[in-house]
Design a protein around this ligand. Structure first.
Ligand SMILES: [Mn+2]
Length: 415
């Protein structure tokens, strides 16, 4: 199987698919799957832009909406995770994963799926210690603070991924696992990106939970993005242990290293995206601890019966009309109309995405994503007055936006 791996998409689907088409023609080859490591920007209409954390000058429709409306169809099955520049309201609709557009699958805030016999896991968002322990309290419309915290990785989602026992072939995170630079040529990296040096030395460049997951899951491949440069590393898990090939890629710009083709040995097919039984069992088990307020998840109440829940999920999938195939793509919010300069369609703040509802029904779980009590309860549990570690006033703000840093670094970054 040939997989194209891409760094940050930034809504530039037209260009990435064109690059893949050119490559297939030039090299007389066929790409089976495109993987994108976040900052995908699945913006359906102008209203979605209100949930996207970008500076006003970058607040553009770009090209995802054409794939959402059906004007264009993704020529290659595409899997993506979320980063820190997303239409977070839309990704929230698909919290458990699902089709964001035909042939374009969002892995969820955390998720594992199968493509053929290849198992792909991922964690959306970026790490920020101030919000890590909190629950998923953000609800659209997002205020100035929520629009930034919604994409910060939560302990709950990491905890679910830490339960995965069976081998993972490919894992995706938007920011890099902290310490990954030790396993590659960091000197060369620092030559190109001098402003990373301090973070590397202080071990703050990247995500702590991602590093924890790398150590636990030991996938064959790990792909990341976010820092807008290409970097590879080889991680050896203990003496004589297995290896993880790490690769980070740039964003999609001319003459930037944003795409890489890897070849993985796999069964002949069919090459389709399918639900992962172990992951659905974990999702079902831990849903009762789903933290819908700012309060940290309480894992103590969760009864783990690994074999029992596996069997339960298996029998459900066997009797499901679609088998292990995810539920079909459905449009919720209206499509962008380029003939209109301002959005004047009617659009709800939150849609119950039928894919999410169907999956929850299959797993016999309640729908919690529009729980409005959440936001009210949230105000009585202010992170800033809780333990010091979550203090909003903390000056130590990790890298949230590399572009901002690059602008500050100015000409030093120009290659
Ligand atoms: Mn990013």
């Amino acid at each position: 199987m040939k997989i194209a791996v891409e760094g940050c998409m930034h809504g530039d689907l037209d260009n990435v698919y064109k690059t893949i088409a050119d490559l297939q023609r030039e090299e007389n080859t066929k790409i089976d799957l495109l993987i994108c490591c976040g900052d995908f920007q699945a913006v359906r209409n102008k209203k979605d832009l209100e949930s996207l954390n970008v500076k006003p000058k970058y607040r553009q429709m770009n090209t995802f909406w054409k794939y959402y409306s059906g004007e264009e169809v993704a020529p290659v099955p595409t899997i993506f995770i979320g980063g820190n520049h997303e239409a977070s309201n839309y990704l929230w609709e698909l919290y458990y994963g699902g089709w964001a557009a035909p042939n374009i699958f969002f892995l969820g805030f955390a998720g594992v799926i199968k493509f053929g016999n290849i198992r792909i896991g991922g964690l959306s968002g970026i790490y920020n210690f101030r919000h890590y322990k909190l629950g998923h309290f953000e609800r659209p419309p997002y205020n100035e603070s929520d629009i930034r915290s919604i994409y910060h990785v939560r302990e709950y989602d990491v905890h679910k991924l830490m339960q995965v026992q069976e081998p993972i072939d490919i894992f995706l995170s938007h920011d890099w696992p902290v310490g990954i630079t030790d396993c590659g040529n960091w000197r060369e990296l620092v030559r190109k990106k001098p402003f990373f040096e301090k973070e590397i030395q202080e071990r703050t460049l990247g995500s702590k939970p991602a590093a924890k997951l790398l150590e636990k899951l030991k996938p064959s491949y790990w792909f990341s993005a976010h820092l807008h440069c290409k970097f590879s590393a080889l991680v050896q898990h203990g003496e004589g242990g297995s290896m993880t090939k790490f690769l980070a890629l740039d964003k999609c710009l001319p003459n930037r290293k944003f795409l890489q083709i890897i070849e993985i040995e796999s069964d002949p097919g069919p090459l389709e995206i399918c639900y992962d039984e172990e992951w659905l069992a974990i999702t079902r088990t831990f849903n009762e601890a789903f933290p819908i307020t700012a309060r940290p998840a309480d894992f103590q109440s969760v009864q783990v019966d690994t074999e029992g829940s596996r069997q339960w999920v298996r029998s459900k999938l066997n009797s499901n009309t679609r088998g292990v195939k995810p539920f079909e793509f459905t449009r919720t919010a209206p499509c962008h109309d380029p003939s209109q300069s301002v959005f004047n369609g009617s659009s709800a703040e939150h849609y119950r995405n039928p894919q999410t509802e169907a999956l929850l029904k299959l797993l016999e779980l309640p729908y919690l994503l529009d729980n409005s009590i959440a936001s009210r309860e949230m105000s009585s549990y202010s992170p800033s007055i809780s333990k010091g570690a979550y203090s909003i006033d903390d000056e130590d703000i990790p890298i949230d936006d590399v572009d901002e840093l690059e602008e500050l670094a100015g000409a030093a970054d120009e290659e």
